[in-house]
Write a protein that binds this ligand. Structure first.
Ligand code: NAD
Length: 484
């Protein structure tokens, strides 16, 4: 297959927090993979910036080590790694002080695209924004990439948006949600808006319900301080699950263009109903199968923070009135599994009679651990003996059709970083979107706090609290995924 990758111009990318976990695990490996695909043109600089006092030589060694650790399969060629490291530089900068800024300014080229990746804790975002402007580093071709968490609630998100708006135009701010960079998430838009087949059925008349699961097997050990103040609602639902819901539920934008897409997503968030307390289940994992309990992981025996949330919500508009959306996410669950399932309604009348059983079309979009899309269709079970019906998957995984190279070729961070360099904000969240998502999330969290709600315990490596299953069963439905 002929590659149709759009070339990029020479750029400078500064990674604030360049020695941190995210930089080592995701950002640098992503840049290395883009370099291998010829997407880091000569003259481009990748500048690590952090507080540690390192030389560029020492930082290059750190980068080479990170590549070996996280993308060792493709970073085994020392010559390629060396060539990549030629682009890599390091400046010691204290975002909160005055050290290092002039050295950073001296590293930057005057006329190229300049991106600053804020891969530091959220407490440092404002200092960085102020520092960049104070030291004259912001020009028309400057972009900043801001990581989650984007605020802790509506008030803090608004304050952060206001602060960033003092130094940057909204068109320069890239709020990253790596779920939007996933191949299958974008494929979801291609499937919806590039085919005649799905869109006419994509509404409450034909869809029974939609469910989104983002399940992890990992616990919170090592991130306890952050997680204890966040919980699953803030850490996952407000951003990742909300973004997935938006892409599933939004109206077709007029163009695949940043503001057209983001306008439609915003309308979905604003159409969400307030979640009723009996339509939400919070959970917290307990010790099982050798794993410690959540409360041990965060070292707080009385913690009321949720490591699991399942909820039912409704998008109140003409398209979706009557079709519930169920969202579920949690840590220390049975499997690492992110998927969206669109469950279509029964046929209005079964000509095959009750003995044929109940069969429904389902469109399953698998995001993790493997990406792919499957459509279940009902057919006749082959062979004599009458009309027995069976559901078979029509597999739309692109790996099958387009080859494994395409499937494994790029990770979400690769795509999103390149979008920043190209100046394409389509897959990044706008200020009003983030605020609308907090405006929906805040009352739920405040309700828990006001009631002193205690999350339901669930065994580590199981399916979550029984109440989450009960919530579905009461409505005659059941969760997909997690090996069910
Ligand atoms: P980390 O603690 O591993 O690294 C933080 C980095 O920031 C270090 O390089 C440190 O030197 C630098 N830093 C801190 N204070 C600084 C200052 N005053 N001036 C200059 N540099 C400073 O953190 P991380 O896990 O890499 O996370 C970075 C950001 O990305 C956080 O906002 C986090 O919430 C977000 N994030 C991380 C992950 C992940 O998988 N690690 C995933 C999603 C989002």
């Amino acid at each position: 297959m002929v590659s149709r990758i759009i070339p990029v111009e020479t750029f400078d990318l500064v990674i604030f927090g360049g020695t941190g976990d995210l930089a080592r695990r995701k950002i640098l490996p992503a840049l290395f993979k883009r370099f291998c695909s010829g997407q880091v043109p000569d003259g481009s600089k990748l500048i690590g910036a952090a507080r540690s006092d390192l030389t560029t030589q020492a930082y290059r060694a750190l980068v080479a080590e990170a590549l070996l650790e996280f993308v060792g399969d493709i970073a085994s060629d020392a010559e390629t790694v060396r060539a990549f490291c030629e682009h890599v530089h390091y400046v010691s900068v204290d975002a909160r002080g005055e050290t290092g800024w002039s050295a950073l300014a001296a590293e930057l080229s005057p006329e190229t695209v300049r991106a600053f990746y804020f891969s530091v804790g959220p407490g440092v975002y404002s200092d960085l924004a102020r520092g960049l402007e104070r030291h004259g580093l912001v020009g028309p071709e400057t972009r900043i990439v801001v990581e989650k968490p984007f605020g802790h609630d509506l008030e803090t998100a608004q304050a952060l948006n206001r602060e960033l708006a003092q130094h940057f135009d909204e068109s320069q701010i890239y709020r990253i949600d790596h779920y939007l960079g996933k191949e299958t998430v974008q494929n979801l838009m291609a499937v919806r808006f590039g085919n005649m087949l799905f869109e006419p059925l994509w509404n409450a008349q034909y869809i029974d319900h939609i469910q989104i699961t983002v399940a992890e097997t990992v616990g919170v050990a090592g991130r306890g301080d952050y997680y204890e103040k966040s919980g699953a609602m803030r850490d996952m639902v407000q951003n990742h699950l909300m973004q997935l819901l938006c892409l599933i539920a939004m109206e077709p934008p007029a163009q695949f263009e940043p503001d057209a897409v983001r306008d439609e997503k915003l309308k979905v968030i604003r159409a969400l109903d307030a979640v009723q307390p009996h339509h939400i289940v919070r959970g917290q994992y307990t010790a099982a199968d050798g794993a410690a309990a959540y409360r041990e992981d965060v070292d707080n025996p009385r913690s009321k923070t949720e490591s699991f949330v399942a909820l039912k919500c409704q998008v109140n508009n003409w398209r979706w009135a009557g079709t519930p959306f169920y969202l579920r996410t949690g840590k220390r669950l049975r499997a690492r599994d992110s998927e969206i399932t669109v469950v279509f309604k029964d046929t209005p009348h079964s000509i095959f009679g009750p003995e044929a059983g109940r069969h429904r079309n389902e469109l399953n979009i698998q995001l993790q651990p493997n990406e792919g899309i499957t459509l279940n269709v009902t057919i006749k079970e082959p062979g004599p003996g009458g009309m027995r019906l069976v559901d078979v998957p029509l597999d739309m995984s692109f790996a099958e059709a387009l080859g494994p190279k395409v499937q494994g070729s790029s990770d979400a961070y690769e795509r999103l970083i390149m979008d920043v360099i190209r100046g394409n904000q389509t897959l990044f969240m706008r200020d009003d979107e983030v605020e609308a998502a907090w405006a929906w999330t805040d009352p739920i969290i405040h309700g828990w706090e006001a009631r002193g709600d205690v999350p339901k315990p669930y065994d580590a490596f199981a399916h979550g609290p029984d109440d989450a299953d009960l919530m579905m069963r009461r409505e005659g439905r059941e969760w997909r995924g997690l090996d069910k």
